[in-house]
Design a protein around this ligand. Structure first.
Ligand SMILES: [Zn+2]
Length: 189
């Protein structure tokens, strides 16, 4: 499997360089998550896979359907397994609250890459309204306020924990609930 992921291929490096140049910070090939995603952006609750079209059987893509001339059955079975595994890993990550984006090799050709990478950036930072209800990964510890778990699971984030993006109140004012009216005693002595 390490042939497929875990090694920096040039398309992965290209994507990482771009995201870094746009000021995003991330972990790479994080082994804590299914599929060891190429790019993990905890702040944006987003995971990016950079997939080779052949190895991951890109649908409707010439590179994704061409089989090697020899050992056709062996390769077909292997690639089908790859694809099934990709699907399960993605479902698992999404169930855990991650926004999962796949960038395909064929989207990174010389002529296409500029547009694709710009769109990728927008895909990452443009969904921050949803991000407030994302994985608890970096939401914990951010706030000194005691918020019960059932409040969190409603997607309501304390105002003080909204450091991951625009304030929730900008998009959905009716959704903001202040857990209690007693403010933390930061002026206590
Ligand atoms: Zn493709």
């Amino acid at each position: 499997m390490s042939r497929i992921r875990g090694k920096d291929t040039s398309i992965e490096v290209m994507v990482r360089r771009y995201l870094f140049s746009r000021g995003l910070r991330f972990r790479k090939n994080d082994k804590r998550y299914p599929g060891h995603p190429d790019v993990v952006l905890p702040r944006w609750h987003t995971i990016v896979f950079v997939n080779g079209c052949f190895w991951h059987m890109h649908d409707d893509c010439p590179k994704g359907v061409r089989n090697p001339k020899s050992n056709v059955e062996f390769w077909s079975a292997k690639l089908l397994r790859n694809r099934e595994r990709d699907r399960m890993q993605r479902a698992q990550l999404e169930a855990d609250g991650w926004h999962v984006i796949t960038v395909w090799e064929c989207e990174l050709t010389k002529t296409a890459r500029e547009e694709r990478l710009a769109r990728l950036y927008e895909q990452i930072v443009g969904q921050s309204a949803d991000a407030a209800a994302g994985p608890a990964d970096d939401a914990a510890g951010d706030s000194g306020m005691a918020v019960s778990d059932d409040v969190k699971s409603n997607g309501v984030t304390p105002v003080r924990a909204a450091s991951a993006g625009p304030m929730p109140s900008e998009t959905s004012p009716g959704n903001v609930v202040v857990p209690n009216t007693t403010t933390p005693p930061d002026t206590s002595r």
